[in-house]
Design a binder for this molecule. Structure first.
Ligand SMILES: Nc1nc2c(ncn2[C@@H]2O[C@H](COP(=O)(O)OP(=O)(O)OP(=O)(O)O)[C@@H](O)[C@H]2O)c(=O)[nH]1
Ligand SMILES: [Mg+2]
Length: 327
């Protein structure tokens, strides 16, 4: 046992000995790992702690499964985007960077154990990003596929600095497919077929700042660029993160609609969000069912074409249209 362990380490070890539950043990083990000095002499101890953290995680998951509870995430904002990928691929750090919030990030696998929904702001839209435990054949929480099946977009995240990145990505994609989710490059018209659920996917390679990541990115592109939209980012580079924020919103295929009352100016607060391709009638239903039932026509002020022009029920809404509903 190295002699240079800090008082924080011993305090965490004391907590571990006193721990009554698996959750307490996990917290103490994480405290021990955080407090241990990081050098060659403690490498074995670090590895041992990481293994015990993984085992305790597993134990907690198993007991949850026995109790039979399920976990869901209520949709909020203009779209729900799930981050799915191998352990340690950088999902949590990416969400934390995109949303400027704090999430648990660590250099060992299976850090995230429950879903963490966080809102991402883009212009005047709020999008819900959901951080999830890993999706891989080694181990997956049994409730993860249900969340993936109902979200609006799956961001498949993989670590470009991992020399086995191709295998890791293939494994994640296979696990998703085995749970009867078909990943498609665009929002599907028919969302389900038999028991198969179709979900739009976007691929994101992380850690492009690290050595060998660029070579791996070329390989991944060769395999997948003809199947899905994809990008490579580093959670450390601002420009790339800004671009990804935009790509996520584009991939959701949504449009913003503002309302106005006759004789008043447009309400430019929070816009209504509707799927791209929605008609005026679809939109009226979103606002209020009475509007839909009694809708006669609307006037539309558009970004380019329309300026108070009268449109009817089957008019296809464009992003940032201002609509005055007449009933
Ligand atoms: N250099 C570099 N490191 C990164 C980047 N993104 C994440 N990391 C590091 O990779 C490790 C794993 O990151 P996490 O965000 O915890 O990974 P995760 O996919 O959420 O992991 P699990 O919750 O275990 O599935 C951490 O040490 C991060 O700091 C990146 O873009 N560049
Ligand atoms: Mg995580």
């Amino acid at each position: 046992m190295p002699a240079n362990l800090s008082p924080e380490y011993y305090r965490a070890e004391e907590e571990f000995k006193k721990a009554q539950t698996a959750h307490d043990r996990l917290k103490a083990l994480k405290g021990m790992l955080a407090a241990i000095p990081k050098h060659k002499g403690t490498e074995k101890m670090q590895a041992d702690l990481k293994r015990r953290i993984s085992q305790t995680n597993e134990e907690i998951q198993k007991s949850g499964r026995k109790k039979g509870f399920s976990i869901t995430v209520d949709r909020e904002g203009g779209g729900q985007v799930c981050f799915a990928g191998p352990p340690n691929s950088g999902k949590s750090r990416l969400i934390a960077t995109l949303t400027e919030t704090e999430l648990e990030v660590a250099d060992y696998p299976f850090t995230t154990r429950i879903p963490h929904p966080v809102m991402m702001k883009y212009e005047d839209i709020q999008i819900q990003l959901v951080d999830l435990p890993p999706v891989c054949s080694q181990h997956m929480e049994y409730w993860v596929p249900n969340i993936l099946r109902t979200c609006d977009l799956i961001l498949v995240v993989f670590d470009l600095a991992d020399d086995d990145v191709l295998e890791a990505l293939d494994d994640t994609l296979r696990v998703i497919e085995e749970h009867k989710i078909e990943l498609v490059p665009f929002k599907p018209d028919d969302e389900s077929w038999a028991s198969i659920m179709k979900r739009r996917a976007w691929l994101v390679g992380t850690k492009i700042d690290l050595p060998t990541a660029r070579e791996n990115w070329q390989v991944i592109k060769e395999f997948y660029a003809n199947q899905f939209g994809m990008s490579a980012v580093s959670s450390k580079t601002r420009g790339e993160i800004e671009r990804l924020r935009e790509e996520i919103v584009m991939a959701l295929e949504i449009v913003r609609v503002y309302t106005k009352k006759p004789g008043q100016s447009a309400d430019k607060g929070q816009p209504y969000i509707v799927p791209r391709g929605s008609t005026l009638l679809d939109f009226a239903k979103t606002v209020h069912k009475d509007f839909a039932a009694n809708l006669k026509f609307a006037r539309v002020w558009g970004q380019t074409k329309y300026d108070g022009m009268m449109v009817n029920r089957d008019y296809i809404l464009q992003d940032r249209d201002v609509v005055e509903l007449h009933i």
